[in-house]
Write a protein that binds this ligand. Structure first.
Ligand SMILES: NC(=O)c1ccc[n+]([C@@H]2O[C@H](COP(=O)([O-])OP(=O)(O)OC[C@H]3O[C@@H](n4cnc5c(N)ncnc54)[C@H](O)[C@@H]3O)[C@@H](O)[C@H]2O)c1
Length: 454
């Protein structure tokens, strides 16, 4: 049987089953090249994917940033295992904190005492000063993450932190330094790039590392969707309050949507490729966004050593094509997730369209990844199974920052330049009041403005 027929037959047999485990297929895929080292999932660090974390001594958590995701993360933490509770909360705004506090009380019977609720830009320090707190959930807008993460690690707390972990290279360096300290202190750090807590992604990763797609040559990562939420300035809000309430649309707080959403897909390709780009060239612009100062679309070409490449696109414009997916291309096949919501989409195909491997959702139903990441968090702390995902998240976030700055400037930017850049977004001091540097509606303009028409 020649190679092509073998693969076609394998594809037929394999519809809906986990062909990747087949020794026949892996021996076929490596027969015409040097043998590829085979790793077990454990050697590669795959999680256990249990349904519930084990019991143990009570774990007491504080929530910093009590908005939508923070409330979601808190409830996922509460469901992760027995004997866990949220005992303190920190936010800037009373309405956000109280909304979240009431939700935890009404839906999860978790009461946070009034004395443990703190408001203001220093509220995070107050919860970190509580000796009874074992861990913190860091869920504010991204800008504040490096400072909060550093303080949490310095205070010796375990951490769940949402993605992305910084908006600029200065913040990335803070996270990298604190991540090292977290490892030295034996602290658990779980990050909210939830695809890394998916069994389907993990199993695909094991296949890719074990050579099913051959040598990796390129990748693509997309988060293209319609317009996202925004909030209008109100007369009673100061500039600072407006920016924080509308943070997603504000560059210094979210780092733009290439960071906030594109990070998920960039992170997967970065993880699977196992390397960082050497340079990036990109473009983008602001077309239809109603508030804030960020772009609506990006397209970035990332260049790697040995002629490898990644394309990233990110768009938020209504009435345009949706595509939220990742692909990693090898010499023998491609890993693809197809598109958002397409649960059967995680698979590996060859270039004839044959399925070489597909995740078996029937045999191994996946838990919601947001739930699973908190099970990993509690399990790690209780069983002393060390997890620290901060460094990986910092590098993926830096790849997104790299692409954003390439698009903002229209210039080729090297990895060394972005890694060592003194670029920092946002004010030096945090207080509710005017923000002189902020200009509503004014997004970066790459290149040189045209001169007068002839
Ligand atoms: N993993 C995911 O899929 C996912 C999904 C949504 C959001 N997120 C991330 O979660 C973070 C929060 O997003 P959200 O949708 O919950 O926003 P949100 O606006 O609903 O909540 C943010 C909360 O943080 C509070 N806050 C702002 N600055 C603060 C500070 N300095 N100290 C304390 N509290 C502060 C706000 O008042 C608000 O209550 C973002 O970084 C976002 O990227 C991740």
């Amino acid at each position: 049987m020649n190679r092509r027929n073998f693969l076609s037959n394998a594809a037929l047999i394999g519809a809906g089953s986990t062909l990747g485990a087949s020794p026949l297929l892996s021996s076929c895929s490596t027969q015409d090249s040097k043998p590829v080292k085979q790793y077990t999932p454990e050697e590669l660090g795959m999680f256990s994917f249990v349904n519930i974390a084990p019991d143990g001594k009570p774990l007491k958590a504080a929530l910093v940033g009590c908005g939508d995701r923070g409330t979601g993360a808190a409830t996922q933490f509460l469901k992760a295992g027995p004997n866990v509770s949220i005992i303190a909360m920190a936010d800037i705004f009373k309405d956000r904190l109280e909304g979240s506090r009431n939700h935890l009380k009404e839906k999860y019977k978790n009461e946070v005492p009034e004395a443990n609720c703190f408001l203001g830009f220093d509220a995070y320090q107050k919860v970190l000063a509580m000796p009874e707190i074992d861990l913190v959930l860091l869920c504010t807008p991204t800008h504040f993450r490096p400072e909060h993460f550093k303080a949490a690690i310095d205070a010796g707390k375990h951490v769940f932190m949402e993605k992305p972990c910084a908006v600029d290279p200065v913040g990335i360096r803070t996270v990298l330094a604190s991540s090292k300290i977290a490892t030295q202190k034996g602290l658990t750090v779980v990050t909210g790039n939830q695809r890394r807590h998916s069994r389907a992604y993990w199993e695909a990763y094991v296949q890719v590392r074990n050579g099913l797609i051959g040598d990796i040559v390129s990748g693509s990562a997309h988060w293209d969707q319609g317009a996202w939420w925004n909030k209008k300035q109100r007369p009673e809000w100061s500039d600072m309050e407006y920016c924080i309430r509308n943070w997603f649309n504000i560059k210094w707080l979210s780092g733009d949507h290439i960071l906030d959403q594109g990070i998920h897909n960039i992170d997967i390709v970065t993880w699977f490729m196992g390397m960082h780009p050497t340079s990036a060239v990109g473009f983008g612009g602001r077309a239809q966004r109603l508030t804030g100062d960020i772009f609506d679309f990006f397209s970035v070409d990332y260049y790697y050593e040995k002629n490898r490449k990644m394309l990233h696109t990110a768009r938020q414009i209504d009435g345009t094509e949706n595509n939220v997916s990742e692909q990693v291309y090898g010499t023998k096949g491609m890993f693809t997730t197809r598109n958002m919501g397409d649960k059967t989409g995680i698979r590996i195909e060859d270039y004839e369209g044959n399925i070489l491997w597909a995740y078996d959702y029937k045999a191994k139903p996946e838990k919601n990844h947001y739930d699973q990441e908190h099970i990993h968090l509690v399990e790690s702390i209780r069983l002393n199974k060390k997890i620290n995902q901060a460094t990986d998240l910092a590098y993926s976030t830096l790849v997104a920052i790299h692409g954003r700055e390439a698009a903002y400037t229209g210039k080729a930017i090297s990895w060394n330049e972005i890694s060592n850049s003194p670029l920092r977004y946002g004010p030096e001091k945090y207080e509710l009041g005017p923000l002189d540097f902020y200009q509503e509606g004014v997004a970066p303009k790459p290149g040189v403005a045209p001169s007068q028409p002839m």
